[in-house]
Design a protein around this ligand. Structure first.
Ligand SMILES: [Zn+2]
Length: 129
């Protein structure tokens, strides 16, 4: 079951799903080809945003299995910070989608316990402009 921002942006035009890459990385981790340090490398700011703006992913973390996996959505486009803007609500994302400029949303899953992080999907926020 999905919640909040993640549910609001599923199956959108221009969506790119990164599940296969996620599976490849997790398989490499489980085989020992990649270490915990290599796959659990979320930067401090990403973990802070996950703690304050994340929405529950609905699944446990694939690395530590704690129920601390959340989705964080960043939007990139004109008049936004070069590192993107971390979305704090569905309403904020809808306001950006109404602007007459192209915006792209990136959903990242982050574990606030072990720092696992991975890009889940991206999509156009306002594909009709
Ligand atoms: Zn974890």
């Amino acid at each position: 079951m999905k919640f909040g921002l993640a549910a609001a942006i599923q199956r959108r035009p221009g969506e790119i799903d990164y599940r296969l890459e996620r599976q490849r990385i997790l398989a490499a981790y489980r085989s020992g080809a990649q270490s915990t340090l290599q796959v659990c490398d979320a930067q401090d700011e990403l973990v802070r945003n996950a703690a304050h703006c994340g929405t529950p992913a609905g699944d446990p973390c694939p690395v530590c299995e704690e129920p601390t996996l959340v989705h964080v959505t960043y939007v990139f486009g004109p008049r936004l910070p070069s590192a993107g803007r971390c979305m704090t609500s569905v309403a904020e994302m809808r306001r950006l989608a109404q602007r007459k400029a192209p915006y792209t949303a990136y959903v990242v899953e982050v574990c606030t316990e072990c720092r696992w992080n991975h890009l889940v999907r991206s999509h156009l926020l306002n594909p009709l402009v």
